[in-house]
Each structure stands twice: as structure tokens, then as C-alpha cells.
Design a protein around this ligand. Structure first.
Ligand code: SF4
Length: 212
């Protein structure tokens, strides 16, 4: 499996934010989001066996593992890796762009964190409501927003996708572009049950640093 990096850090963007987490970052992503902070993962990486990744995870006494990217959903080995990590008893998060369907054979005890890419990302044309309809209990949705237009577009997309109420939706401001207070006000005035968050890993660590 082509892997860009593995690292131990703090989960920064989901309902699991704040917990120590072992991260496995896959190589490759077909998208090109304007504010992508992991462009180094587009091509760089090395081949790893599923066994070695599972063993590395087992060696860490941490219950939470996140597979991120790049775009994990385009890696054909993903279901095997997820199964290996679940068999260790880990809680497995998979962060995905929202542009690709849930892979066949994926063990659904894993928890999908599916992004919505609003217009500010430049990738909103890759968003299709039917992809989000495959989400179920334990999964969640998140969006990073640059401005009010992104916020309004995201609300409209959530309505079109018909995401069930039990799936949490977390909204974060683009780091350095949108003020968190503004986003909080938009949420409060919308009357929607949405969760506001900041990209915690970018506050805790140098945002330019890899492996955080
Ligand atoms: S989906 Fe993620 S990895 Fe791919 S371009 Fe967008 S931010 Fe970067």
C-alpha cells in the first residue's frame, strides 16, 4: 500500500478532536483543494505492507487510529488495512474528501469522516449528494468554510443530501481566512444543529509542519 507518512498526534477535526491518535496517511489524491495543506501527499510515499502498518499501530498503546490522505478511498488496499486495525480492537476513523463512494467491502465498524467541499475550495463540482447517502451510524460529516457563500452553499447541500439527523455535522473556518466568531454567528442565526470547531491541530502545532 502506498503510504505517505505515519505519525502520532492529536486528532484535530471531528467529534474525536483532542484525542491522541495514530495517523496513517495514504499517498495520492485526485482533488486539488485551494487550501490543501498536504500537497506533499499527492505523490510522495513508499510501499508498505498491511502487516507492517497494523504492527506499527499495535505497538502504540493508543485506541484511536485515523486513515487519512491524500484520499484513502482510492487506495484498493483500504478494506484490508481497516479490517486489520479493527481486529486489533482499535477505533478506526477514515477521513475522505466526499468525492468518492464508500468502497465495496469496507468494514462498516469503521467510522467515516466525509468532507463537504464548498465553492471556496474550488472542488464543489466533485460533490454529489448520493455519495453522502451511504453514511450511517458512527459516521460524520465535516466542512471547512472560507466565507458566508461557503456556509450557505453547505446548508443547501446538506438539504439535498438528506443526511440523517444522527450524523454529526462539524463546520470549521479556513485557518487564517474566516474568523471563527463569524462562523459561530452564522450557525447560531441559522437555527441548525451544527457543530462549530476550529482546526485544533493547526493551533496546537506549527501549521506548516508535517506529521501533525
Ligand atoms: S481532498 Fe484533501 S488531500 Fe485532496 S486536495 Fe483536498 S485537502 Fe488536499
Amino acid at each position: 500500500m502506498r503510504i505517505n507518512e505515519t505519525f502520532f498526534s492529536i486528532q484535530g477535526e471531528s467529534t474525536f478532536a483532542g484525542w491522541p491518535c495514530f495517523f496513517i496517511r495514504t499517498t495520492g489524491c485526485p482533488l486539488r483543494c485551494r487550501w490543501c495543506d498536504t500537497e506533499y501527499a499527492f505523490y510522495e510515499g513508499s510501499d508498505r505492507t498491511i502487516h507492517s502498518l497494523v504492527a506499527e499501530s499495535a505497538a502504540l498503546d493508543v485506541p484511536l487510529v485515523e486513515i487519512t490522505g491524500g484520499e484513502p478511498f482510492v487506495a484498493p488496499e483500504l478494506p484490508a488495512l481497516v479490517r486489520g486495525l479493527l481486529d486489533l480492537g482499535k477505533t478506526v476513523l477514515i477521513e475522505t474528501s466526499g468525492a468518492f463512494p464508500v468502497p465495496a467491502g469496507l468494514d462498516r465498524r469503521s467510522r467515516i469522516i466525509m468532507d463537504i467541499k464548498p465553492p471556496g475550495s474550488g472542488m464543489h463540482h466533485t460533490m454529489h449528494p448520493e455519495i453522502f447517502q451511504a453514511l450511517g451510524p458512527g459516521d460524520e460529516v465535516k466542512a471547512v468554510l472560507a466565507d458566508r457563500e461557503d456556509f450557505d452553499w453547505t446548508l443547501e447541500f446538506l438539504d439535498r443530501a438528506g443526511i440523517p439527523a444522527e450524523i454529526p455535522v462539524t463546520l470549521s473556518p479556513v485557518f487564517g481566512e474566516c474568523r471563527p466568531e463569524e462562523l459561530a454567528q452564522w450557525v447560531l442565526s441559522s437555527g441548525r444543529n451544527l457543530r462549530v470547531q476550529v482546526q485544533l491541530h493547526k493551533i496546537l502545532f506549527d501549521p506548516q509542519r508535517r506529521g501533525v
